[in-house]
Ligand binder design. Structure first.
Ligand SMILES: *Cc1c(COP(=O)(O)O)cnc(C)c1O
Length: 378
C-alpha cells in the first residue's frame, strides 16, 4: 500500500495487510513461539527464530503505527507502563531526568521509584513554563519526559520549544501522546525524539486490550538500547493482543473524529452550565493554551476533558453518582464514555476535590449532554 495515502485510508486497510497464504483480506495471527530450521540447521525464515524478539503479527502492527506516527520505527509493549519504563531504563545511574509535573500518576510514581533506586537526579517541573523546563535541565540532562495534553489536567506543552530546551541540555525528549493520538498530534515532526502511547486507550479504543507503544525518529542514540532491552528483558506484546489492537486501529481515525466532535460539544455545554465552576479542555477559547493547542494539534483536541463541579467533593460525587449513560470507571479513549472522580483514587496528588474527568466516547452527543444535564440538575 502506498504510504502517501491519508491516515484514514492507511488505518482502514491496516497498512495494506492481507494473508498471503489464504488470500484473506485481514492479516493472520501467527501464535508460534518457535520457528523451524532446515536440515543444515539454518533458519527457514531469516526473520523468525523465537517469538520473544520475532513476531510477525507484532511487527506488522508496529509498521502500521510507525507510519501513522511519522516514525522511523515503533515497538509494542504489553502495557503503557511497560513502554514508559522502557523509554527511561537506559538512563545511567547518576544521570538526570526532567519530568513534567501533574501528569498521569502511574508514570510519576514509577519514575520517582526508579530514580530513587538508581541515584538518578529527578527534577519535576511545570513544563508549561519553558524557562522552568530549561532550569530543570540545569545545562545537562539525559531525558525530558512530557505528556501533552496531560491527564487529567489537560495542560498543553509546547513540544517544539521543549525539544530545543531538551536538546540544548543534551537530553532526548520523550512525549506521552496518549491523549493526543497520532492523528491529532505528531510530536516527532515537532522535534521530539521518542513518542509513547498507552495503546490501551484510544489506539485500541474498545477497552479490551492492554498495550503500549514507543516510536522514534531516525538516529536516536537510546533507541538501540531500548530495542535490545525489550528483546532481552522480554516485555513483549503477544500476537493475539497485537492482532486485536490492529483491528481497533483500523477505525482509529473515524473514532477520533467523532470523539473530538462530541468532546467539543460537551465542553461547550458544560462551560455554560450554572452548576459548573470550570471546564478544562484545550479546544475551548478559555483554555490558557488554546492557541498553542490549535497550532500543535490538527483536526481536533481529543476526547478527554475535566470539569470542576461547583462546590466540593460531595457535589462532584453526587453528579458522578447520578450519571446514567457515562460509566463510572477509570481509563479513557474507549468508544463508551466514562466518568472518574480522580481525587477518590489519588487524593495525595493535589488534584482538586471537585474534579470529574470525562472520557468522551462515540455515542450521540445529544445523549451525553442530556445525561450530564440531568446529573448536574437543570
Ligand atoms: C493509561 C495511561 C498510561 C499507562 O498505560 P497502561 O496501558 O495503563 O499501562 C500512561 N499515560 C497516560 C496518559 C495514560 O492515560
Amino acid at each position: 500500500m502506498r504510504k502517501t495515502v491519508h491516515p484514514a485510508t492507511w488505518a482502514a486497510h491496516a497498512g495494506g495487510a492481507k494473508d498471503q497464504q489464504s488470500s484473506g483480506v485481514v492479516p493472520p495471527i501467527q501464535p508460534a513461539t518457535t520457528f523451524l530450521r532446515d536440515t543444515d540447521y539454518a533458519l527457514e525464515n531469516q526473520s523468525n527464530m523465537y517469538q520473544r524478539p520475532h513476531s510477525e503479527t507484532v511487527r506488522h502492527v508496529e509498521k502500521v503505527i510507525a507510519h501513522l506516527e511519522g516514525a522511523e520505527d515503533s515497538l509494542l509493549f504489553p502495557s503503557g507502563m511497560a513502554a514508559v519504563s522502557a523509554s527511561l531504563r537506559w538512563v545511567p545511574n547518576g544521570g538526570r531526568i526532567v519530568l513534567q509535573q501533574g501528569i498521569y500518576w502511574g508514570t510519576t510514581k514509577w519514575i520517582r521509584d526508579f530514580c530513587a533506586r538508581r541515584s538518578i537526579d529527578l527534577i519535576e517541573v511545570d513544563a508549561t513554563d519553558l524557562a522552568a523546563l530549561a532550569e530543570g535541565c540545569g545545562g545537562k540532562a539525559d531525558a525530558v519526559f512530557l505528556e501533552t495534553p496531560s491527564n487529567p489536567l489537560l495542560n498543553v506543552i509546547d513540544i517544539a520549544g521543549a525539544a530545543e530546551v531538551a536538546h540544548a541540555a543534551g537530553a532526548i525528549l520523550i512525549v506521552d501522546n496518549t491523549v493526543g493520538t497520532p492523528l491529532l498530534c505528531q510530536p516527532l515532526a515537532l522535534g521530539a525524539d521518542v513518542v509513547m502511547h498507552s495503546a490501551t486507550k484510544a489506539m485500541n479504543g474498545h477497552s479490551d486490550v492492554l498495550g503500549g507503544v514507543l516510536s522514534a525518529r531516525d538516529g536516536v542514540a537510546a533507541w538501540e538500547a531500548i530495542t535490545l532491552d525489550r528483546a532481552d528483558a522480554g516485555a513483549v506484546m503477544g500476537p493475539f493482543e497485537a492482532w486485536l489492537l490492529l483491528r481497533g486501529l483500523r477505525t482509529l481515525p473515524l473514532r477520533v473524529e467523532r470523539m473530538c466532535e462530541n468532546a467539543m460539544r460537551v465542553a461547550t455545554f458544560l462551560e455554560d452550565h450554572p452548576a459548573v465552576e470550570a471546564v478544562l479542555y484545550p479546544g475551548l477559547a478559555s483554555h490558557p493554551a488554546h492557541d498553542l493547542a490549535s497550532r500543535q494539534m490538527q483536526g481536533g483536541f481529543g476526547g478527554l476533558l475535566s470539569v470542576l463541579v461547583k462546590g466540593g467533593k460531595e457535589d462532584a460525587l453526587r453528579v458522578a453518582g447520578r450519571l446514567e449513560l457515562f460509566l463510572r470507571a477509570t481509563s479513557l479513549g474507549g468508544v463508551e464514555s466514562l466518568v472518574e472522580h480522580r481525587y477518590s483514587i489519588e487524593s495525595h496528588t493535589g488534584l482538586p476535590e471537585n474534579l470529574l474527568r470525562l472520557s468522551i466516547g462515540i455515542e450521540s452527543a445529544d445523549d451525553l449532554i442530556a445525561d450530564l444535564g440531568q446529573a448536574l440538575g437543570q
